[in-house]
Design a protein around this ligand. Structure first.
Ligand code: NAP
Length: 283
């Protein structure tokens, strides 16, 4: 079975659109997302552009703060502080990676936690670890949404997450753990990657290495979620999982593109709506 991220993302976007309309009707409030882009990294420009377009399509207002020539530490801190204090802004997206010389940890911590739409503020990551999730990082949340939509059983499942980044691997492992999976995390120092992945009922891969998981590393009947996005020399996009061989053994698998990618934007907009709803409840 091919897990269709576009279809599940559309379902989430429809729910967000309905939620935006409800909020406008009941509280007279339109969610507003502020995107901050520092530097001149072409893929980031495209990502931010796509997120803004998707926001408009569901009725979320947005503003972008684009600084292709860069910003120094004090200026970026001031901008994030200003947006955090601005009652008209409900959600702040700081596009990563930041140019060299700017400390991502420091900048993420400068965003008001309740407006941190990517869920990467230490307070939000801490809440996830504590088992009281607040804002959940978008890509891991999207992985769970796909698995849930197609009815994967997580409770008691052997789940293996390849990759341990703050952005994907670590929060994804926490979400799976919270759903009572038995979770193993793998990384570059893992001794025998295949020995772990072959035990996985649910295999989530976020390594950023094309083809790091081949079909023989997949358990027969597994659910495979491929987060990786890699640009091949041919110009084509490929995931971290070798699709053709893995598809033969997996029960279900996400394609790249068209799997996790569309989910990330949908979850970002859901997080924006929720931030605005929380704001309306506090008024
Ligand atoms: P990252 O920060 O580079 O982290 C990669 C992780 O994978 C690290 O923990 C690394 O281990 C591990 N890893 C790398 N090579 C490995 C190998 N051969 N075997 C086992 N583990 C290995 O990347 P990220 O930000 O998590 O992103 C991962 C991938 O997901 C990238 O392709 C990225 O483009 C993609 N992504 C997609 C979306 C989406 O919306 N679809 C969103 C975010 C990211 P160490 O910790 O030991 O170095």
């Amino acid at each position: 079975m091919i897990l269709d991220g576009k279809l599940v993302a559309q379902k989430v976007l429809d729910e967000v659109r309905a939620g935006v309309a409800r909020l406008s009707e009941q509280a007279g409030l339109q969610p507003r997302l502020a995107a901050v882009l520092v530097g001149d990294f072409a893929p980031s420009r495209i990502y931010v552009g796509n997120k803004m377009k998707a926001a408009a399509a569901v009725g979320i207002a947005s503003e972008d703060h684009v600084h292709p020539g860069g910003l120094d530490r004090a200026a970026l801190l001031a901008l994030l502080g200003r947006l955090s204090a601005d009652p008209a802004v409900h959600a702040i997206l700081l596009q990563l990676p930041l140019p060299r010389g700017l400390d991502e940890d420091e900048m993420l911590a400068a965003i008001a936690p309740e407006k941190d739409v990517d869920g990467l503020h230490p307070a939000n990551l801490g809440a996830l670890l504590a088992g009281t999730p607040t804002v959940v990082p978008c890509t891991p949340a999207g992985c769970l949404e796909i698995l849930d939509h197609y009815g994967a059983t997580l409770e008691g499942a052997e789940a293996v997450v390849v990759g341990r980044s703050r952005l994907v691997g670590k929060p994804l492992a926490q979400l799976l753990l919270a759903r009572h999976a038995t979770v193993t995390m793998c990384h570059t120092r893992t001794r025998d990657l295949a020995a772990h992945t072959r035990r996985a009922d649910v295999l989530c891969v976020a390594a950023g290495r094309a083809g790091v998981i081949t079909g023989d590393m997949v358990k027969e009947g597994a659910w495979v979620v491929d987060v990786g996005v890699n640009r091949l020399e041919t110009g084509k996009l490929a995931g971290d999982v070798e699709f053709a061989s893995a598809e033969k053994r997996a029960h279900a698998i996400t394609p790249v593109p068209g799997g996790v990618g569309p989910m990330t934007v949908a979850m970002l907009l859901r997080n924006t709506l929720r931030a605005a709803e929380r704001r309306a409840a506090r008024r």
